[in-house]
Design a protein around this ligand. Structure first.
Ligand code: SIN
Length: 319
């Protein structure tokens, strides 16, 4: 089995800098190179040993600005590296704000059996007590773990699956949760305490994904937007989006996939006009329990940002 661990840098707070070590919010994300983030990490027969690492700076951005171009590049580079026998795993440094989207995109597209581990930080690298170095060490520990696999997210000592993980806090260091699914594992003193199976053993999402990866760079991404069911949701936004040519709509629903009757009526009209519709619950825990008489299809277990990715991939797959 390969021993190399590839580290792909994309920016984020983990690579951010601020004018003062006490500043945890007024910093600029994506300033330091990924090689700088590795410098000074203790290496002693673990995943951080320099001769095991291949480092590549793929992008340098605040992840709120993540876009399809970087995603395509990322998917291609991850797939390339994973195909090499000497590569054991890929680690990706990423901002926390859209980390769950990138993780889910890579999961849904690649379903890798080798580990792809995304990590991040809530404090900039210049903070008095930055969290990035420990998160990086923990991510390397996961990457180097025999038996690890699939796309996971490591933050504040916990390892989450790409389908379940969600940023749930804007400030604290343990900003992620997997809801009632819980973490896959904890990293303690560089060792994994595993609680449940790795994500590559879970659902098969998209058949023919290798073919889609091959033509991803030349494929136009479909226009898929998210609308929300809320008090007074009357379908106005749906009609405007259909008029503007939207191809897919994710509806962020109340509770167990329920939709305001006026919004549902507009969505049914949109569906009849050829727009793909998918429900995802606004609840941060649990999953939609589908009923036999549901008028609109659901993406059980996915939040609306991930359901949007699932729908975009489905539309690209069938185009
Ligand atoms: C970002 O998402 O790039 C900035 C915020 C963060 O990483 O915590």
């Amino acid at each position: 089995m390969g021993q190399k661990i590839v580290i792909l840098g994309t920016g984020g707070t983990i690579a951010g800098t601020a004018a003062s070590p006490m500043d945890h919010t007024g910093y600029t994300a994506g300033q330091l190179g990924v090689a700088d983030l590795l410098a000074g990490l203790p290496a002693a027969g673990n995943g951080a040993d320099a001769d095991r690492l291949i480092v590549e700076q793929l992008a340098q951005l605040d992840s709120k600005d993540m876009g399809f171009e970087v995603w395509v590049k990322l998917a291609q580079r991850v797939a390339h590296h994973l195909s090499l026998s000497e590569v054991q795993a890929v680690v990706i440094t990423h901002g926390t704000d859209t980390l769950e989207e990138t993780a889910y995109f890579l999961h849904a597209l690649l379903m890798p059996s080798k580990p792809v581990v995304l990590t991040c930080a809530m404090r900039p690298a210049t903070a008095l007590a930055p969290d990035g170095p420990q998160n990086m060490m923990d991510a390397l520990a996961v990457a180097a773990s025999p038996g690890a696999g699939g796309v996971s997210v490591v933050c504040a000592g916990a390892v989450f699956g790409a389908e379940d993980v969600q940023k749930t806090h804007p400030y604290r260091l343990n900003a992620f949760s997997a809801g009632d699914a819980g973490p896959i594992a904890y990293v303690e003193e560089g060792r994994l305490r595993q609680l449940r199976p790795w994500p590559h053993a879970s659902t098969g999402l998209l058949e023919g994904r290798a073919a889609l990866l091959g033509r991803l760079a030349d494929t136009r991404w479909p226009r898929v937007e998210v609308v929300m069911s809320h008090a007074g949701a009357d379908g106005w936004a749906v009609r405007a989006l259909v008029e503007a040519g939207v191809q897919g709509l994710v509806v962020s629903t109340t509770g167990n996939g329920t939709v305001h009757r006026d919004l549902e009526a507009a969505l049914l009209v949109a569906m009849a006009q050829g727009v793909k519709v998918l429900r995802a619950t606004r609840c941060t825990e649990g999953r939609i329990f589908e009923g036999a008489n549901d008028a609109l299809p659901a993406a059980p277990g996915l939040n609306s940002a991930k359901a949007r990715i699932a729908l975009m991939l489905e539309l690209m797959q069938s185009s």
